[in-house]
Structure formats: C-alpha cells, structure tokens
Design a protein around this ligand. Structure first.
Ligand code: FAD
Length: 342
C-alpha cells in the first residue's frame, strides 16, 4: 500500500519506518524540517512511570530505540518521589516493572544519600538521544526507498484525496481535522551546568524532572503546564523559568544550589482531556497518531506499531486510544503521566 505521512516528528518518522519495514511505500510530508516540532526538543526520558498498559508500549519502544543503535539509548538510575497519597499505587507500578525485568528498589523511609526525606522508588530508566534518533530514522527511511518531501499538506488535499494518509503532525493537527478534546500547551526544559548528577530525579510534588546529560550538564524539565493560544507561541521559552525550577529543585537537592542555567527551550505539545494519545483510524484511508503530550519520545515507537497493525487491518486500536472516544472534559487536563494513579 502507498501511504502519505504528514509530519516528520518522532511519531511520523516511526510510523513511516515501521510501514517501510513491512513493505509499504511511504512519502513523508514535512512543512518545515524533520524534528521541527516538539521532537527535537525532547529531554530524553523514556518514562516508565506510566499507567500499566502504557508501560508495555514504553518497554516495546525501548527495544525499538535500541534497534536504531546502541548510542541512541542508555539506562540510568532513576529516583521517583511520588506524593504520599500515591505511594501505594507507585509501589504497585514498581512491582509491575519488576515483572518486566526492570531493576526496582523501593525505599520506604527516607533516602539520606541524596538528602530527600520523602519515600522513593529507585529503578533503571532509559535515556534516549532524541536528535540522534531523528537523524537515524531519516537516514533509514531514505535508504529503504521512502522519501521526505519538505512541503506542508493542506486540509483540501486530505479531504479530496483517494490516497491513504496518516496524520502525525502533532499540535498542528487541528489545521487538518477537528477532533474533540485536544489541548495545546507548552512543554519546556532547560540545560543547566554545575556539579555532576548521576541520577534522573523526578518529583511529583514540585513537578520537575532532572536528567543527567554529560559530566557537568543536566536537563531540568518543568512539568508546569501553560496552555498556548497560537501554536508558534509554544516555542517561546522564558529563561527565568529555569531559575524558578532550580529553586524548587534545591529544596530537595543541595547540589542544585551550585547549578546555573545555560540554555532554555520550549515547544508546543498536545494532549487530550483524558491524557491518553489518539491513535487509530479516523475514516477510510485516514489514520492518526497525535496527542502524545510530554510522552511522545517514550510512546511513539510502540504506538507506531499499533497504528501500522490497524492500517493493515490486523485489529482495531485499543479503546483508550480510539480517536472518536468520548472525551470527558476535565479541568485541569490530564497528561498520561498524571493518569497513573487514577
Ligand atoms: C522541552 C520538551 C521536553 C520533552 N521531554 C520529553 C521526554 O523527556 N520524554 C518524552 O517521552 N517526551 C518528551 N517530550 C515530548 C515529545 O517531545 C513529544 O511528545 C513528541 O516529540 C511529539 O512528537 P510528534 O511527532 O507527535 O509531534 P512533533 O514533534 O511536534 O512533530 C509534528 C511535525 O509535523 C509537522 N507539520 C505540522 N503541520 C504539518 C502539515 N500541514 N504538513 C506537513 N507537516 C506538518 C511539524 O512541522 C512537525 O515537524 C518533550 C517535549 C518538549 C517540548
């Protein structure tokens, strides 16, 4: 089958690569350049702190990144500090991860070596080089005969076409089709420098994550959600946010007092009211993968396989991903990471 994929972010690239591996013909359309949207900005956490059914997708994704090359993925120690009210659920997730071969340790009372007094869960978590993955996917797609056309696709082209399309254009999806319950917001992160930190630290109470990048650098993510009005507004990163997040981090982590921001960036992200992505068939010959919110690096390889199975008619996408599922409107909206314990 010949398929046109709209968008060369991680989701469009993974769908294209998966289609090519299964013998389909693929043309990828990209209005700017591969990775222009959120994908080239991703901090690199392939998060395993997810609802159970999404953990399986994330673990499959880690295998698929590993197939791209051993330099694309590495495993790091991760410290998850859940809210007290969510500890029981977090422990269950930890136990589930153990059954999947992930090394998990539960620290019930205090954790002095990093001066954090909350209860914590330690486990191995993958870190992915998002830029490296984009480059390698583009290289493989072209080598396998797929083409990347640097041209935007317009709404009329989709509605008038008899060809098969996959919409993988992230937050720009609403320019092509109206789907209920989608929300654009700003994901942001900052590079910081200072003393070496070896672990990924995520704190649900203060909404930050801290990812080691090199001996002196780390990425500091701010989980606070800012809803954006125009999509390009999402690219503006407020540098002062980095100081605010560093201040929060230093309450739990003394080393952060010696760190300083060196770079800040942001990109528009898109999510749904119920926090789950949208993956599946919209109508005949029209398929979609979007709403991956702050977890698109984590989920796009595994979800791409699910979508390609749907395209090949092997099965319908799971109900929680169905593009036409009724979206119960909640304020504030959920992210897939927030939904773990609900
Ligand atoms: C700062 C930051 C940190 C993040 N950290 C993480 C992390 O650590 N872990 C994680 O799992 N996720 C993370 N994410 C989220 C992740 O980056 C996104 O979920 C993921 O990149 C979404 O990929 P996508 O392909 O769906 O969308 P995008 O990457 O936004 O790609 C959409 C593409 O479609 C193109 N396009 C739009 N309209 C058209 C059109 N009409 N025709 C042709 N092309 C079009 C755009 O130019 C763009 O290239 C982070 C995001 C940000 C911004």
């Amino acid at each position: 089958m010949k398929i046109k994929v709209v968008g060369a972010g991680l989701s469009g690239l993974w769908v294209s690569y998966t289609l090519l591996k299964r013998g389909h013909e693929v043309e990828v359309y990209e209005k700017d350049h591969p990775g222009y949207g959120a994908s080239s900005k991703a901090a690199g956490i392939l998060s395993l702190e997810l609802p159970k059914e999404m953990i399986d997708v994330a673990i499959r994704s880690s295998q698929l990144y590993a197939e791209l090359g051993k330099e694309i993925i590495r495993w790091s120690g991760s410290i998850w500090i859940p809210k007290d009210s969510e500890l029981k659920c977090a422990i269950n997730i930890g136990k589930y991860l153990s059954t999947k071969g992930i090394d998990v340790k539960i620290i019930p009372n205090g954790f002095n070596s990093i001066r954090i007094c909350n209860k914590a869960i330690l486990f191995k978590q993958p870190i992915v080089d998002a830029g490296g993955a984009i480059n390698e996917l583009v290289r493989r797609i072209e080598k396998m005969g797929g083409s990347i056309v640097e041209e935007g696709v317009k709404k009329q082209e989709i509605s008038n076409s008899k060809e098969a399309f996959v919409l993988a254009n992230g937050p720009w999806i609403s320019e092509l089709i109206e789907l209920e319950g989608l929300i654009n917001y700003r994901c942001q992160a900052h590079s910081i420098e200072g003393k070496q930190v070896n672990e990924i630290i995520e704190n649900d109470e203060t909404n930050y994550y801290y990812v080691p990048e090199s001996p002196r650098r780390a990425i500091l993510g701010n989980g606070d959600k800012t809803i954006i009005k125009g999509i390009d507004e999402g690219f503006v990163a407020d540098y002062s946010d980095a100081y605010n997040v560093l201040e929060k981090v230093s309450k739990n982590y003394d080393e952060a007092k010696n760190m300083y921001p060196v770079n800040s960036w942001a990109a528009p992200c898109i999510t749904t009211f119920d926090g789950y992505p949208i993956v599946g068939r919209l109508r005949e010959k029209l398929y979609v993968i979007t709403g991956l919110n702050g977890a698109g690096l984590t989920l796009s390889p595994g979800l791409a396989e699910i979508l390609v199975d749907v395209i090949e008619g092997k099965y319908e996408a799971p109900k929680n991903l169905d593009p036409w599922r009724p979206m119960e409107k909640k304020e504030p909206f959920w992210e897939v990471f927030d939904n773990i314990c609900h």
